[in-house]
Design a protein around this ligand. Structure first.
Ligand SMILES: CC(C)(COP(=O)(O)OP(=O)(O)OC[C@H]1O[C@@H](n2cnc3c(N)ncnc32)[C@H](O)[C@@H]1OP(=O)(O)O)[C@@H](O)C(=O)NCCC(=O)NCCS
Length: 488
């Protein structure tokens, strides 16, 4: 049997790239630029917040949204929507939010789950389903019904997007292969994702359409297979170089004490597990052998290992979760990320305004010595930042001194992100850097934060212990306490 040609099902008669130059990922758009604050994406947001927030908060929020829009313009987001969410009253709002992301220039791929719809269709036609470890075994008699259900759900997503004037296409961009016989169980027409036709998918996205992946694929000879939509989201994201995967699930947000977590994992005040390094996921799974959502967590970690920077698990039964997760740093769900250290990096010139913003309120209170833009430019190479999505959350400096010493200074974390381990991670990064520079001992001068440095392994010392070049400029009036740490 010949391999089927790639096919797409159009959700809108408009297949041209959308032209909203300010937010469009289409390079070199010629149309006139609409004034920023009257843009439909920004204006409703503005109107909503105006009523409740003071001017400072409004401006901060608008800045944050703009920063994110700029950051994500042209990126690919893969959104897996569980079937229960497609049947939920929030679904239309989610598709409205997806349409906004699309209009903001984010290239969007949707993978709709179809489990419930497949159950319904199979039941209606009197076909029973067998599950092994949560995976449905689709036999050759059932696969046509599975296809019907999967395309039905995909079609619902496409129609909902059309109602928000967002072009979408359903495609068969996935080649499948059989799962075969595992431990004596024949998985028949239940398959794995073998390959994703990334060039055709990218072309579709670049033409301005949302791409929808039903959970079926065909093998080399054209036989259809039922595929896991969670696995599909990971495979598609890896193939097209997506920046993020979002799972909109009918699951409560991950929290302690419902979930057991290692002591080292920071959680928010309300217990929300807001981020997990993919390397920690196996520890969490071992501590929670029966929690619903384990497979999802495991799948998210797998996607991170496959090269996706961040996977976000959201409770899709709450309205607005997608926008809240995309446009705020702490989000509202759980983010599984590839590597913590990628957030800590040497400061670049473009980071200086963000660093000044973090330092300024602390300098006003006399906690830190004020720094000017020129100071930062002059010592740029000494500074490190903790940045997420280009927003600076914290900074710290390592100034090499005489006799194998270095001074740690300007350790500061934006108050909104305090107590999340950012300060400790910056310190530990500076220590590594110092060791690489052959520096064995560091010191810090502080008036108010000695306790914190003591908790990070520093020891009390006196000005007389400082290296000569620092002692010569020690400000006796400020009378800072001196703390030192041996690094080896
Ligand atoms: C001190 C500072 C850098 C800590 O950063 P952070 O990211 O909030 O801290 P972490 O999350 O790594 O550590 C949190 C722990 O430190 C404790 N801590 C935080 N600030 C503290 C302080 N000023 N004094 C004593 N302990 C403090 C917290 O209670 C928490 O303890 P726990 O782990 O037992 O719950 C940050 O609070 C800050 O910017 N302070 C103002 C600037 C400053 O003083 N800089 C030092 C002079 S160079």
């Amino acid at each position: 049997m010949p391999r089927p040609e790639p096919a797409v099902f159009g959700g809108s008669i408009r297949h041209k790239p959308i032209s909203i130059p300010l937010f469009s990922f289409e390079k070199g758009a010629q149309t006139a630029t609409r004034p920023l604050l009257t843009h439909p994406f920004i204006f409703p947001t503005l109107k909503t917040v105006m009523a409740n927030r003071n001017i400072r908060e409004q401006v901060d929020l608008i800045r944050e949204v703009f920063t994110y829009i700029e950051r994500f313009k042209g990126s690919i987001f893969v959104i897996k929507i569980a079937n229960d969410i497609i049947d939920h009253p929030c679904f239309l709002q989610h598709t409205g939010d997806l349409a906004l992301l699309h209009k903001a220039g984010i290239r969007t791929v949707i993978v709709p789950g179809a489990r419930r719809r497949i159950d319904e269709v199979l039941e209606r036609f009197g076909a029973a389903s067998q599950f092994v470890n949560g995976t449905r075994i689709s036999d050759p008699a059932a696969i046509d019904l599975v296809k019907m259900a999967a395309f039905d759900v995909a079609h619902r997503v496409m129609t909902a997007l059309s109602s928000h004037k967002t072009p979408a296409v359903i495609g068969n961009w996935v080649r499948a292969r059989s799962r075969g016989v595992v431990d004596g169980v024949d998985f028949q027409r239940t398959g794995f994702i073998d390959k994703v036709d990334a060039p055709t998918l990218t072309q579709t996205l670049n033409q301005g359409s949302v791409a929808i992946f039903p959970c079926v694929g065909h093998n080399e000879t054209g036989q259809p297979f039922n595929l896991s939509s969670d696995e599909m989201a990971g495979a598609v994201a890896a193939a097209c170089g997506a920046q993020k995967i979002f799972h909109l699930e009918a699951l409560p947000v991950l929290k302690v004490p419902e979930w057991q977590v290692p002591e080292s994992l920071k959680v928010l005040e309300d217990g929300r597990i807001f981020r997990i390094n993919s390397g920690t996921v196996s520890d969490i799974l071992a501590l929670n052998p029966k929690q619903p959502g384990r497979e999802l967590l495991s799948c998210a970690a797998e996607s991170c290992r496959g090269g996706i920077e961040r996977v976000h698990i959201l409770d899709g039964r709450c309205s607005g979760v997608l926008l809240q997760e995309v446009f705020s740093n702490l989000g509202v769900g759980t983010m599984i990320f590839a590597d913590d250290y990628e957030y800590i990096r040497p400061m670049e010139t473009s980071d200086i305004p963000g660093v000044l913003e973090v330092i300024a309120p602390l300098a006003e209170k006399g906690i830190l010595i004020p720094r000017s833009r020129e100071d930062l430019e002059q010592h740029r190479k000494d500074y490190w930042v903790y940045a997420m999505d280009s927003v600076i959350h914290g900074c710290a400096a390592l100034h090499p001194r005489e006799k194998g010493w270095a001074e740690i200074a300007a350790v500061a974390v934006d108050a909104r992100y305090a107590q999340l381990g950012i300060g400790a991670r910056l310190l530990s990064r500076l220590s590594e850097e110092a060791l690489q520079l052959g520096i064995q001992q560091v010191f810090v001068l502080t008036t108010r934060t000695a306790d914190w440095f003591l908790s990070q392994g520093f020891k009390e010392a006196s000005p007389a212990d400082l290296p000569p070049d620092k002692l010569a400029v020690y400000n006796t009036k400020r009378n800072s306490r001196v703390l030192v740490k041996q690094l080896s």
